[in-house]
Design a protein around this ligand. Sequence first.
Ligand code: FAD
Ligand code: MLT
Ligand code: ZN
Length: 447
Amino acid sequence: MTDSLVAALRAVVGDAQVLTDADVLVTYENDWLNKYHGTARCVVRPGTVEETAAVVRACADAGAAIVPQGGNTGLVGGSVPRGGEVVLSTKRLTRLDPVDLSAMQVTVGAGVTIEALQRHARAAGVDFAVDWGARATATVGGAVSTNAGGSRVVRFGTMRAQVVGVQAVLADGSIVEQMHGLPKETAGPYLPAMFVGSEGTLGVVTAVRLKVVPWYRHTAAALVACESVADAVAMLPTLRSLSSLDAVELLMPEAVKVACDHLGIGTPLPVDFAGAFVMVDCAANDDPSQDLARLIGDRRGVMAIGPQRDQLYRIRDHITIAIGAKGTPVKLDVAVPVQRLAELLDEVHDLIAGIDGGELIVFGHLAEGNVHVNVLGAIDCAAEVTEFVLSTAIALGGTISAEHGIGIAKAHWLGRLKGDPTVAALRAVKHALDPQGIFNPGVLFPE
Ligand code: FAD
Ligand code: MLT
Ligand code: ZN
């Protein structure tokens, strides 16, 4: 018996854009980590904002829950069904408006990948500011919805700092938008900001207006061996004095090693004697390598220009993949005030040392105090490890989600992080916009 909703969706987007075959659905039903999964009622792929609105209306009329999905590279279980939801894929919302060089802004569809956006911006002689390893698959809509960060936050901020306009479809099928990109307007609460970090719980982002930034064509990177994390943190004031500073990544020795082993290459520096590595990247309108070399001075480090720099980024981008190839990690994305980072990692290190077979792999974004704590061989005590790391981060004045979002993974932590009054206010907004609770039930807000 045909599902009447599937028939209604087919009438909106055409048969080819409503997927129901189990073997096709599987890629939409399993997350990138292969950790979260569930069955979808179907996958629907609207091609316009109007089709998206009609799809949402049909689902709302049928009381069917919706999981908005972009590139499905999310790491907290928010992008895949839990059981029976309609997956609304934004992959066909790929509008690319011309770059407005006067305003240094561009409007793009939610389904545009970060890499396609970077190419589009560079074709116009400018650049897009947010970058990370999943750029080929992650979408603009997903990046807004998770307030993605990545390696260039130290220079340009997270997605929140790039968004100047949003168009979205709400649970009643209405289309809301504020896309003029005017730097100055004061007319009530700022709608675009509401969708940043909303993780698909307030509506479907269908298009976004974003800032573009100058394209700094001259780059130079370095990998610096530090005695300890505290030593790495002590480098920050000097690093921040570089006007060309573009990225400051923390790579603990085990992270460098796991990526290089997986790539089948040697490590750029011996990993045995370093307490921590800092990967510094500089980008400017003229060659920044002298400035960088001067700054490194007599520290143990290796400069990486051109192909060597690409190799350094290949190692950095490969860490997550390499860890996943070794097993399923307990994976946490925390941030603390950078002066407390060494303390956090000492406590985490001591905890994991007590887990038989536990393998701690830490890396992240140093300037933001944001580390990705991955623990292999600890799945059986995942709850204890998670409780310890997240509660320690909060105790040190930090957060349990720096850039990946809350998703399903940490929904039950929201109250501990934000306090009940704030969660109640956020729930009130969610209920006002989505009274049936059709958007991503279970994500961000615990059921
Ligand atoms: P999805 O995974 O499809 O969805 C993510 C969330 O957003 C879900 O809750 C979904 O419902 C919602 N959503 C997606 N599209 C929309 C839309 N149009 N409207 C409303 N809701 C929507 N993240 C970082 O911040 N920094 C990193 O350095 C980083 N590195 C990564 C490296 C690797 C190898 C991988 C696999 C992931 C990495 N991520 C990183 C995580 C991930 O890439 C980001 O969270 C990204 O923003 C997700 O985009 P996506 O299009 O894949 O979204
Ligand atoms: C990264 O910085 O590489 C990502 O946030 C991915 C991860 O944490 O695994
Ligand atoms: Zn990261």
